[in-house]
Design a binder for this molecule. Structure first.
Ligand SMILES: Cc1cc2nc3c(=O)[nH]c(=O)nc-3n(C[C@H](O)[C@H](O)[C@H](O)COP(=O)(O)OP(=O)(O)OC[C@H]3O[C@@H](n4cnc5c(N)ncnc54)[C@H](O)[C@@H]3O)c2cc1C
Length: 598
């Protein structure tokens, strides 16, 4: 594998207080031939087997999606998370990220595949007993059984632990009896295996493996949805449903550990699938912009159309850089498992370590894709509103990404909660960094760290953004302390700063790495994209930090803090119109997303 020069596994969330170098991050340019082959197989499968059937899939033709999943299983596309000894391919995170990206041009298929191979299979991989793994994993990896994940209930989505589904042990003690209802279950209509959460004796949140044929199990009618019409989403009912005793997954009362760790993985996968959707929208829009004529010119010559194409490429560039960076960190940390350690348990710990980055990928990805598709519809004009053209369906399909796998509101809260937890436990020296910053503020401007070289200005912005976060987080933390979580608007502003920093830094490091490897000319458009992300990101961070500070301090103290904030984010003026034009040129020249595989 063509690895980066320094395989360093940074601690989760440490990007906020450290200054990683380009060699510290994985970028798509480093995908190996084997990994690219996996991506190509997935891409070809979707192009040859799935895309021709979209019309019928959207009409929910009986058995079609289940049949496609089984076919994907035959090609080895379902078992990426299943270890080889149980019939899977046990892919590393970068490979499975590429796979998720490549299968995502038709969202209904990628959601169905993710519900099966991700949240429907991984609970058994991570938490199953040996007997459960042997019994179910080979069938899930091959597609002989299709899986799904049943957490949500009509009254309990975000508040999943408010579950009303109950489990009691039968009087003979040989099976569990489940009663209750699940809601919005992807693949519910045709799945064979259901990962079901229920409270034992009405109290202890737990997880069970349920098969379709178990007595007392039934599936309700398909939901009529805004989008994802090709996917199955159905309610599931349990009426004295009998589940063998040995089908308890993990421990009684530890269902939340299963539920939340699995969602964690799903979030990065969702970010990856948004990359594929965005790239397709860029290619479709670039082609249309070239062909459509208005006022005697192709609309692709108009500045405002070019600006949209550039914006789409820039956001996708940030997302791709963020998600592959996180996947690379996960792989590096996974490789660092001590000899003899249980690899599955170690991988779960690693995924927990990068839960912040996974949530960031989910929030940024879902919002970037919505934004990209919104601009795609705009470029297509009236035809953007037509079902026969390629952007209306993805526009509808994309909207749910902000709702499932933890809504974006919940994920924003989680990002800050997880950071605070790591800070207070000492895992992440965030408090020490805050104290150091206070010393620097009291000591006046420091010139010690002035960056030099061709990226000096961009690196100064990155450093200033991190200081702005510490400043903006410090005042609300001091004022609200353990009640900070109740100040949701402040928490969300802080989460948005964190997301901006991760986006701008991931893009910057990738552009720097590309420039070193391929030279300034080859990296010019990427440099332009990164520079826009830094400039616009800094402006957004300034606004967000002002909002958080103004809600936390007042009077002279506030004025002083705002002056410090301005100092941190002071930057040279940048012509972002010219930078966007450079990116638009690259989209025009390539006819698609211009930074693919770079
Ligand atoms: C197409 C589709 C497929 C799905 N697939 C599955 C699946 O396979 N398995 C499964 O288990 N579930 C699935 N879901 C359910 C999905 O996970 C939930 O819809 C989601 O978790 C949100 O829950 P909810 O709909 O009850 O909304 P609610 O939790 O009621 O949220 C409503 C609004 O309130 C906000 N909100 C809630 N709590 C807070 C809070 N503490 N602070 C701030 N804001 C808050 C939310 O962000 C949201 O904006 C699917 C849903 C859809 C639409």
């Amino acid at each position: 594998m063509a690895t980066t020069t320094t395989p360093r596994a940074a601690a989760g969330g440490s990007f906020l207080i450290e200054s990683p170098r380009p060699d510290d991050v994985f970028t798509p340019a480093e995908l190996t031939d084997d990994q690219r082959l996996i991506g190509q197989t997935a891409e070809e499968f979707v192009a040859n087997e799935v895309t021709p059937l979209i019309g019928d899939l959207e009409l929910h033709k009986q058995g079609l999606m289940a049949g496609l999943l089984k076919k994907a299983g035959e090609l080895g596309l379902l078992g990426s998370g299943v270890p080889e000894e149980y019939g899977g391919s046990g892919l590393d995170k970068v490979s499975s990220t590429l796979l998720s990206e490549k299968i995502s041009t038709y969202a209904s298929f990628s959601v169905s595949l993710g519900a099966h191979g991700g949240i429907g299979t991984l609970p058994i991989v991570y938490f199953g007993t040996e007997a459960q793994k042997k019994k179910y994993l080979p069938k899930l990896a091959s597609g002989e059984m299709i899986g799904c994940y049943c957490l949500s209930e009509p009254q309990a989505g975000s508040d999943a632990q408010n579950s009303k589904t109950r489990a009691v042990l039968s009087s003979a003690g040989n099976h569990w009896i489940l009663n209750g209802q699940k809601m919005w279950i992807s693949n519910g209509g045709f799945a064979d295996l259901f990962i079901v959460f229920a409270k034992v004796d009405g109290e202890k949140f737990s997880c069970f493996i349920v098969e379709r044929g178990f007595p007392g199990f039934s599936v309700g009618a398909e939901e009529k949805k805004m989008g994802l019409k090709g996917s199955s989403t159905a309610p599931i009912f349990f009426e004295n449903c009998q589940v063998p005793k040995e089908n308890l997954l993990h421990e009684i009362g530890r269902g939340h550990i299963v539920a939340f760790n699995i969602l964690n993985v799903g979030r990065l996968t969702l970010g990856a699938s948004c990359i594929g959707g965005s790239k397709k929208a860029i290619a479709d829009s670039a082609k249309y912009a070239k062909e459509r004529v208005a006022f005697g010119k192709s609309i692709g010559e108009f500045g405002l159309i070019r600006q949209m194409l550039a914006n789409m490429a820039i956001r996708t560039f940030a997302l791709e850089s963020m998600v592959y960076r996180a996947a690379g960190m996960i792989d590096r940390a996974t490789l660092a498992a001590a000899d003899g350690a249980d690899k599955t348990q170690h991988l779960m710990k690693v995924l927990e370590e990068y839960a912040i980055e996974c949530s960031i990928g989910k929030v940024y990805g879902s919002e970037a894709l919505d934004d990209v598709l919104d601009q795609a519809v705009q470029i297509f004009g009236g035809y953007g509103f037509h079902e026969e053209y390629p952007v209306a369906r993805p526009y509808r399909d994309s909207r749910v990404n902000r709702i499932f796998e933890g809504t974006n509101e919940i994920n924003r809260m989680l990002i800050i909660q997880m950071l605070m937890k790591r800070a207070l436990s000492g895992t992440l020296p965030l408090l020490a960094a805050g104290a150091k910053l206070q010393e620097e503020i009291l000591g006046g401007p420091s010139f010690a760290e002035a960056a030099e070289g061709p990226w000096a200005e961009q690196e100064r912005i990155r450093a200033g953004a991190k200081k702005a976060f510490l400043l903006a987080a410090g005042a609300p933390m001091q004022k609200y302390r353990e009640k900070l979580a109740d100040q949701q608007e402040i928490v969300a502003a802080l989460a948005d700063i964190v997301i901006e920093i991760y986006a701008m830094e991931s893009a910057l490091l990738r552009a720097q790495k590309t420039e070193s490897a391929r030279g300034a000319a080859a990296a010019a458009a990427m440099r332009a994209a990164a520079s826009v992300l830094l400039e616009d990101g800094a402006a957004r961070i300034e606004t967000l930090a002002r909002t958080a500070l103004a809600a936390s301090v007042e009077g002279d103290m506030l004025r002083t803090q705002l002056a410090v904030l301005r100092r941190f984010l002071k930057r040279e003026p940048v012509d972002t119109i010219a930078l966007r034009r450079a990116v638009a040129d690259a989209v025009e020249t390539t006819g698609r997303y211009p930074f693919d595989r770079r």
